[in-house]
Design a protein around this ligand. Sequence first.
Ligand SMILES: Nc1ncnc2c1ncn2[C@@H]1O[C@H](COP(=O)(O)OP(=O)(O)OP(=O)(O)O)[C@@H](O)[C@H]1O
Ligand SMILES: [Mg+2]
Length: 506
Amino acid sequence: MTLVSEPAALLRCAGIVKNFAAVQALRGVDFQIGRGRIHGLVGENGAGKSTLAKVIAGVHPPDSGTMLLEGAAVRFANASQALARRIVTVHQDVNLVQTMTVAENLLLNNEPTTGFGVLRKRAMRDTAMALLRQYEIDVRPGDVVASLPNDLKKMVQIIKAVHLAPKILLLDEPTSSLTDSEVRVALRVIRQLAAEGVGIVLISHYLNEIFEVCDDITVMRDGGVVAHRAVADTSMAEVVTAMVGRHVEIKRRGRTAPAGAPLLQVERLNVPGHLHDVSFTLHEGEVLGATGLAGSGLADLSRAVFGAAGAGVTGRVALSGQTVSPGDPARSLAAGIALLTNDRLREGILPDFTLVENICLPVLSRFAGAGGMLDRDGMVKTAERNMARLHVHAPGPFARARQLSGGNQQKVLFAKWLETHPKVFVMDEPTIGIDVGSKEEIRGIVDEIAAAGVGVLLVTTELEELVLLSDRVLIMFRGAIIGELAGDAVGREAILHASASGKVAP
Ligand SMILES: Nc1ncnc2c1ncn2[C@@H]1O[C@H](COP(=O)(O)OP(=O)(O)OP(=O)(O)O)[C@@H](O)[C@H]1O
Ligand SMILES: [Mg+2]
């Protein structure tokens, strides 16, 4: 095949192949990035989206295939070479230097220097400050990145990329940890850059965002491209079917009323500066949603309930009448409370451990036989059962967690806590980075465990998830619960209105 570069194509990839040992991550992918166009890249977890972005960005040299940048063949040996050609990436996982400040991170590789290469600290701070203001990001240049919540880290990562003046910008799930208003800012920036001629690739599981901003859309499946369309010529239903190879029906969970007996009682929980007198009761078999905007205290709720919010916490958390918290995650876990955190990389997955180890870790004692020998077969079977139930896309139970795609790592975490057979399952943004088909499966599992009597506390900013799953929804505002919606009153508009106004409509 001869490659003819179309005039508008900034980058043309043809026949890209990339294998990781026995895993064929890309099996001959053709892909184009047009000048001033926004190209949506979608597909199930493990389809190969991040790998394609990494090949384009020089992180992974391809095994074979060609890339033409503005008509000329290129072959990047590493990410710096791609960066030198102004191919800039916002990777799926935050890759800022955690111990450095926001200003240092923003200007890393792009620092203002004097003629002699000396860093100009003052100029750095000023530039950083101007950038943060321009994009309405509420952090200080001197803040250490590690101290920021996920959404703000992501915003810093995005503006850092924009500040590098990309010709091609690859965004790998940039919005998955962002709040609604941050998503608006991010999408506005993307549109603006495209208008300036930048070629953009947007990888996202939020198809509404894809349909809102993209010109073109490519669907990947099992390492290959299965569909390529102009957004104007396709529909969400067609894209979903192409992604998962079947029609996905989105079902709303049948709401259970009346609720079972009180299970988890939270009384006047206070986290200084974050939560104020939070009280609620979760019943057996109930899915209790909790939501709120940035600054509402939602981000602190799950950890506080689990007893992991640190010092200064007051109040009481009781499970079936027995006090378990605050202040002791180990006790919460032993009592039957599981917490799926929203920070997969820092508090969740063990990247260098196998899937067997990741899934069985909290329940190791169950596999301890006589003489302290571990029942390895039992562990492997447990991992395999969970991997099948959640359709984890991995070479096998002995794969290391770091070899899995982002969404598949998230499924492993979900499996790990599910396997503890909790009485109360606290889930903080449980389906972050998970594809449409798998989201529906996870909702099915939540429905199943609730039907079996488990109490689920679903902490999320995803309205659809709340509406589809929750029996009741608690609304948080400025650190307090200001009311709740129940039964048929649980709806997108009602939730949005209450979260924004701080009042639940009567
Ligand atoms: N460093 C690696 N080592 C081994 N296998 C890998 C590595 N990176 C990716 N893979 C494998 O390549 C395949 C594609 O993964 P990729 O991360 O590209 O998926 P993705 O489409 O981005 O999925 P997600 O939506 O979950 O982020 C998966 O089977 C994954 O396990
Ligand atoms: Mg990915």
